[in-house]
Design a protein around this ligand. Structure first.
Ligand SMILES: Nc1ncnc2c1ncn2[C@@H]1O[C@H](COP(=O)(O)OP(=O)(O)O)[C@@H](O)[C@H]1O
Ligand SMILES: [Mg+2]
Length: 356
């Protein structure tokens, strides 16, 4: 097993561009884990500094990899939302404190620990209701008695905090982020980790890194109480960023959300093709905002063309938007309503096909 002091020394050979000190000396090495053939830590920087520190993260990873005996490394770059609001708990994760009290904190692996199934909600376009479906489907799954988490991975426009009324940076405990709890769900959002202005400038590798971190470094479940299902609200689109993310995220299946508009449906086809490319089964298509404005029925026909199940349509109703704005999923606030019934059908199918 590599020596901790050797690891810290190697990290001190990488310089903090702000203070000019080595990373360990500058106090930037948090939650250091050294075990067997692995090493990893959290590089937490001030809000707005993430782009500047991306090369530092890369240099730190290279420095760790160069240490004999270390085969797997992970340096997670996170931004404080507000430097002054840093909780005392986080401060205790200095390298020294970690050395004594947290020798066995896990190094992230690709698959989140104690999570039985990971389901992605995707769309070719933004604004089609992907987050609305994610949050309400998660609530409908929870209503079945399942333990459910939701991960807002939409780096371009994280809306989970608004839609569920949660705010505040997640707490670190034992080297893991604690998800927020609301409406019977465990929640984590890229919007809780970074200032909104940062999210907009994120590019592929950083987006991917943030999502891997939220997946693997959130205490979604425990050995005794695993999470039954994690619903991931993916960024919209079918470009390279999405491809990389989908490849890196251990997905058991995907649901595609589309509006009835022909343009959106062409996007749905591309989304399905993307999942096919990486071997993730498309578990179905949801037509959202069906009704007078956009028409109705395109979703069912499109699902048939794609050879994927049609999971149902959601009408364009003001109550859904108001619920989202008010921070409570409609399925949770009106569990006996028409919308809740529609989501219950989708939830039942998902539970069935995913075997949970
Ligand atoms: N079926 C619906 N009826 C009415 N408003 C909806 C419906 N679905 C979504 N909305 C609203 O449309 C907007 C975009 O939805 P959202 O879920 O944020 O889309 P996306 O995540 O795909 O960008 C939100 O204001 C949301 O409340
Ligand atoms: Mg969204």
């Amino acid at each position: 097993m590599p020596d901790r002091s050797a690891v810290l020394a190697a990290l001190d050979a990488v310089f903090d561009p702000k203070s000019g000190q080595g990373l360990a000396a500058a106090g930037l090495v948090q939650g250091l884990v050294v075990s067997e053939d692995r090493a990893g830590f959290v590089l937490e920087v001030a809000a707005g500094d993430t782009a500047r520190y991306a090369p530092v993260r890369d240099a730190a990873e290279a420095a760790l990899k160069a240490i004999p005996g270390i085969a797997r490394v992970s340096v997670v770059l996170t931004a404080e939302t507000a430097p002054a609001a840093k909780p005392a708990r986080t401060a205790s994760l200095s390298p020294q404190a970690v050395d004594q009290t947290r020798p066995k904190a896990p190094v992230p692996t690709d698959r989140p620990a104690h999570v039985r199934r990971v389901l992605a909600i995707a769309s070719g376009k933004g604004g089609v209701g992907k987050s609305t479906v994610s949050v309400n489907l998660a609530a409908a799954l929870a209503a079945r008695g399942l333990s459910v988490g939701i991960l807002d991975a939409d780096v371009y426009g994280p809306s989970l905090p608004t839609m569920t009324g949660v705010s505040g940076k997640p707490e670190y405990r034992d080297g893991m982020m604690q998800p927020h709890l609301a409406h019977g769900l465990k929640l984590m959002s890229v919007g809780l980790l970074t200032a909104a202005s940062d999210a907009m400038v994120w590019r592929g590798p950083m987006a991917s890194q943030a999502i891997t971190q939220m997946l693997t470094q959130t205490r979604w479940g425990t050995e005794d109480q695993p999470l039954d299902i994690l619903v991931v609200d993916l960024p919209p689109g079918t470009g390279d960023v999405q491809l990389t993310l989908i490849q890196k995220t251990p997905l058991d299946g995907a649901v595609i959300v589309s509006t009835p508009q022909e343009v959106a449906l062409a996007d749905a086809r591309r989304a399905h093709a993307l999942f096919q490319k990486v071997g993730v089964p498309t578990l179905g298509l949801v037509e959202n905002m069906s009704g007078d404005v956009f028409g109705r029925g395109g979703g069912a026909a499109e699902a048939e063309r794609l050879g994927v199940p049609f999971l149902g349509d959601l009408p364009l109703v003001a109550a859904l938007r108001h619920a989202g704005d008010a921070g409570a999923p409609l399925v949770a606030s009106n569990p006996d309503g028409d919308i809740a019934r529609r989501f219950a059908v989708v939830a039942a199918r998902m539970a069935d096909v995913l075997g949970i």
